[in-house]
Write a protein that binds this ligand. Structure first.
Ligand code: ATR
Length: 279
């Protein structure tokens, strides 16, 4: 008897904007897998019920996005180490009969830099702009990859301090007024705030003050070249846009549900670039 087609999903609220179905759909087709991946809008009040019926509804697992990442963290039976460290779950799967929650955002961040700026992890100290959920995933990746000096800069200092406490030695918290001084000897600058997102043209920090060897990256990918990345490029610094983080965070989930570790190729990237341009 042929094995039943596997089905996975991305759930959020709203979810229509999600590019995950395009990414996973591309891989399903490329690898000739008899499976499907769909977007499901679930309101916050219905999320717990949705999770409890996953298996009965035939799902192998799925992705979780805003606003359900923290609820998923609380509701799953088991969590991987990254989810524990980040405090949020973006990937669900079944293992040994239990619903597991993992977090692949930090992996996506690091794998994007591995692909586009090899050797990046030798480039400490790192300055991280922002102290929200995305920042937590980035800091986890930086610490895991051995960066010993991680400086969080946030408009609201208390949030940066809370994160610094969470991650411990080597991670420090700073207010925005300290940015200039912190950049002077930094090898990595990462924007995790929404500044620079379409229609929001402010510069999160001025890359002019960075050393010549610094790498600048933004987790915002609409537009692909944010004002921060444009300023860094004008200053002749190495830049990496945020689209690769989206593509790479999808890899571990696809492998768990469909059994093949997919490649992040130029073709996939172009597909999503075209989609961004079309909207
Ligand atoms: P996410 O999960 O995407 O990281 P978040 O948890 O809402 O979203 O965090 C947003 C981050 O962007 C925060 O660090 C926020 O700063 P505050 O903690 O001070 O709110 C930062 N941010 C958003 N708008 C900003 C702005 N106009 N200026 C500076 N920082 C901003």
């Amino acid at each position: 008897m042929a094995e039943a087609a596997k089905t996975a999903f991305v759930t959020g609220h709203p979810i229509a904007h999600s590019r995950s179905p395009k990414i996973h759909g591309h891989w399903l087709e490329k690898y000739g897998i008899d499976g499907s991946y769909r977007a499901i809008d679930v309101a916050p009040d219905d999320f717990a019920a949705f999770l409890s019926t996953l298996r009965d509804n035939g799902y192998s697992g799925g992705n979780v996005t805003i606003p359900h990442k923290e609820s998923a963290f609380a509701l799953v039976a088991r969590r991987d180490e990254a989810a524990e460290a980040i405090g949020a779950v973006n990937t669900l799967w079944f293992e040994d009969g239990a619903l597991w929650g993992g977090n692949t955002d930090g992996h996506g961040f690091a794998a994007n830099l591995d692909q586009r700026a090899p050797g990046w992890a030798e480039h400490g100290p790192a300055v991280v702009l922002g102290a929200g959920g995305a920042s937590r995933a980035v800091i986890h990746a930086l610490v895991e990859r051995g960066i010993k000096d991680v400086r969080i800069v946030n408009r609201t200092l208390a949030r940066a301090q809370e994160l610094a406490r969470r991650f411990g030695a080597g991670v420090s918290a700073h207010g925005e007024q300290a940015t200039g001084e912190l950049l002077a000897d930094a090898g990595l600058l990462i924007n995790t705030t929404a500044l620079g997102m379409h229609g929001n043209e402010a510069l999160a920090a001025d890359p002019a003050g960075l050393p010549d060897h610094a790498i600048v990256t933004d987790i915002v990918y609409v537009p692909l070249e944010t004002p921060l990345l444009a300023a860094a490029r004008a200053r002749n610094l190495r830049t990496v846009d945020g689209l690769g983080m989206l593509l790479h965070q999808a890899v571990p989930g696809f492998e768990r549900w469909f059994g093949i570790r997919p490649d992040v190729t130029a073709e996939l990237r172009q597909l999503i670039v075209a989609d961004i341009g079309a909207k």
